[in-house]
Design a protein around this ligand. Structure first.
Ligand SMILES: NC(=O)c1ccc[n+]([C@@H]2O[C@H](COP(=O)([O-])OP(=O)(O)OC[C@H]3O[C@@H](n4cnc5c(N)ncnc54)[C@H](OP(=O)(O)O)[C@@H]3O)[C@@H](O)[C@H]2O)c1
Length: 291
């Protein structure tokens, strides 16, 4: 299985792969943020063959790279499509041609959010540009007829205080005494980035192919996430003044009307992997232990 080829190692999730694996298990790329040990790769102008020959000996590639801001995709669809659609399809085509097995990271935003608890067999019905871009790449992969893995993820969080992700961001806001505006109607399936790494390695190990929904053990809304974080802070006497203002995701003045309940049914995944991911309450505990 090793070495793996990681596009890109400078991403939030990519950093978790880099810390879980040894240097000799990984070739990894960066785009705008050069770092020692990485390979420069801009999917808009580079082709797979531009990478060093040693990297092309990899048999599996994890494809994380992308212009991942939903607001930027909405504001600049043509610009973001150069990376998220044209560039990624070109890269995936090259990987398949080189018989390198791609693991593509997609999103719960390929769904319209009316139904929730989406299964792998549910059709993609994107209503925002970011979701349409991911769905276009999904379609290319599915129609390629070549072996691949297509993972749909919802909200991926870290555990390092200050990393500005789901839990750590809320802890910061609550400890600063901010009134947190929480969308009660935005529902997702959060998972720790460290578990995402183990999911990918586990699926590769069992030779899995096709679509998998990847999320933690339960769905949460913004407001139930707040409730969990606030309750644990209060229990530890670390932030008793927490307060939230309930609202809708529609109240944030975003460019597009966002899908609401994009929670994922992850039973296919967890029936095939022999371990359980961290739950959100366990993750909150781990974050607070470090403060
Ligand atoms: N984070 C989540 O909650 C979440 C949820 C669902 C799905 N996903 C998917 O999971 C993947 C990883 O997410 P993430 O949050 O870790 O991403 P991220 O931190 O936003 O990183 C995106 C990466 O893409 C690279 N990149 C951007 N434009 C590029 C280009 N033109 N050519 C080559 N590389 C380029 C960037 O490299 P530089 O920084 O070096 O420029 C950066 O490392 C993404 O595909 C995302 O859609 C993430």
């Amino acid at each position: 299985m090793y070495p793996l080829l990681l596009f890109s190692g400078s991403s939030f999730v990519g950093r978790h792969f880099r810390s879980a694996l040894r240097d000799d298990q990984l070739f990894w790329t960066f785009c705008q943020k050069p770092e020692a040990g990485g390979l420069p790769f801009d999917v808009r102008k580079h082709r797979l063959a531009d990478l060093p020959a040693a990297a092309l000996k990899a048999r599996h590639a994890i494809v994380l790279l992308g212009d991942t801001s939903l607001e930027r995709c909405a504001a600049q669809p043509e610009v973001t499509r150069e990376t998220n659609v044209e560039g990624l399809i070109r890269l995936l085509h090259d990987l398949l041609e080189h018989q390198i097995f791609p693991v593509f990271f997609s999103t719960d935003n390929v769904f319209d959010g009316h139904q929730g608890n989406y299964r792998e067999v549910d059709p993609a019905t994107p209503v925002i540009e970011y979701g349409r871009q991911k769905a276009a790449v999904e379609q290319f992969l599915s129609e390629s007829g070549k072996p691949h893995l297509l993972l749909r993820l919802s909200k991926i969080y870290g555990l390092r205080p200050g990393d500005g992700t789901l839990i750590t961001g809320l802890v910061d806001q609550i400890q600063k005494g901010e009134v947190v505006r929480s969308a009660a109607d935005q529902i997702y399936s959060p998972i720790w980035a460290g578990d995402v790494v183990q999911v990918v390695l586990g699926l590769l190990e069992i030779g899995a192919q096709g679509i998998y929904h990847v999320g933690g053990p339960a769905a949460y809304s913004r407001s139930t996430t707040f409730d969990e974080v606030a309750a644990q802070l209060q229990k530890r006497g670390m932030g008793s003044g927490a307060s939230q203002q309930l609202c809708s995701i529609d109240d944030f003045g975003l460019r597009e009307t966002r899908p609401k309940d994009t929670s994922l049914n992850t039973s296919k995944l967890w029936n095939q992997l022999p371990w359980q991911p961290l739950s959100l309450p366990q993750a909150v505990e781990k974050v607070l232990e470090q403060i």
